[in-house]
Design a protein around this ligand. Structure first.
Ligand SMILES: N[C@@H](CCC(=O)N[C@@H](CS)C(=O)NCC(=O)O)C(=O)O
Length: 198
């Protein structure tokens, strides 16, 4: 399988991490997240949203959206529960990640890394406040749970690990979140885990 990929992207890292945990080999094709000039030519026929990650299956079919890719790859593995309610809880955290977490925490980090493409100070303040609210929600849950769903490592943890563990790069103080920090260590401790810059 082929992954259209950007090394600094947490969304792409989710896919790389799950593949590493599953022992699946990926052929990575790098796409720039800052220079968008050739994006339509590279991704136009693969992902209408023109974003990475995009996975190309062995038979050539493309699949985009990081969390959709996680669900696809995790089917039939321990990273996606079989129970209907637990699967819905995984979806609950995946939607939370894309609506309340990533748009704030990943964007604040991206703006720090690429100041020339950053929003205004006021926009930054709004994202940082909303990102802290997302971390508060995780802290509350993880104070009484070892993992996000079913007390075991699932794609919900992989999706939320990706940008939480680098939240400091966006200006978030993870020291304020002891339960989240302990969960990050737990996720990182699994056999096959790889870092974002692997
Ligand atoms: N919701 C999408 C977001 C994908 C996304 O934002 N990808 C970024 C890299 S992290 C990208 O392609 N950025 C290039 C651009 O904004 O044009 C997902 O989860 O896959």
């Amino acid at each position: 399988v082929i992954l259209y990929d950007a090394s600094e992207s947490g969304n792409c890292y989710k896919v790389r991490l799950l593949c590493a945990l599953l022992g699946l080999r990926l052929e990575r094709r790098a796409v720039s997240v800052t220079d968008r000039s050739d994006r339509a030519a590279i991704l136009g026929h693969l992902n209408p949203a023109l974003r990475v990650p995009v996975l190309i299956l062995a038979d050539g079919r493309p699949l985009a959206e990081s969390n959709a890719i996680l669900l696809f790859l995790a089917e039939g593995t321990p990273f996606l529960p079989e129970d209907r309610y637990q699967r819905a809880l995984v979806a609950q955290w995946l939607f939370f990640e894309q609506y309340q977490h990533e748009p704030n925490i990943a964007v604040a980090r991206f703006w720090r890394h690429h100041p020339d493409q950053a929003g205004t100070a006021r926009e930054r303040q709004t994202r940082v406040a909303a990102g802290h609210a997302a971390l508060d929600a995780m802290e509350a849950w993880l104070t009484t749970h070892r993992y996000l769903v079913a007390e075991r490592h699932t794609v919900a943890d992989i999706a939320l690990y990706a940008y939480t563990h680098v939240a400091g790069e966006g200006g978030f103080d993870l020291g304020r979140y002891p339960a989240v920090t302990a969960w990050l260590d737990r996720v990182r401790g699994h056999d096959g885990h790889i870092p974002i810059d692997a």
